[in-house]
Design a protein around this ligand. Structure first.
Ligand SMILES: [Zn+2]
Ligand SMILES: [Zn+2]
Length: 105
């Protein structure tokens, strides 16, 4: 069922999906663990010890889909021009500033 998907797209889905999951789960973690509880648990307030913050511009994929209807046309990538995300330099995520400042581990 994946014949039409290229290897690079699968890699993109893997990385993007992982970071997307982190973005999706973060609010759920917030509902369970407040920021004060996180700090008492020794977790990072910004990223919850993920050490990464998913890029909000490209949703962690590292590429920006061109066109105003990109979300609708997402399944037909041949019609949608995509370009590297400049915000995260196509990495799809940022290093957590809190964790990188501490840089203990
Ligand atoms: Zn952090
Ligand atoms: Zn980005």
């Amino acid at each position: 069922m994946f014949e039409h998907i290229t290897a690079s797209e699968i890699a993109g889905f893997g990385v993007g999906g992982l970071l997307l999951a982190a973005t999706v789960y973060a609010p759920k973690i917030d509902s369970f663990i407040s920021i004060s509880q996180r700090s008492s648990l020794g977790m990072c307030k910004r990223c919850g010890d993920l050490r990464l913050i998913a890029c909000s511009s490209c949703k962690g994929t590292g590429t920006i889909k061109g066109g105003p209807f990109s979300s609708i046309l997402l399944e037909d990538k041949s019609k949608v021009g995509s370009s590297s995300c400049t915000k995260c330099r196509a990495r799809g995520h940022f290093q957590c500033p809190e964790c990188s400042n501490l840089s203990q581990a």
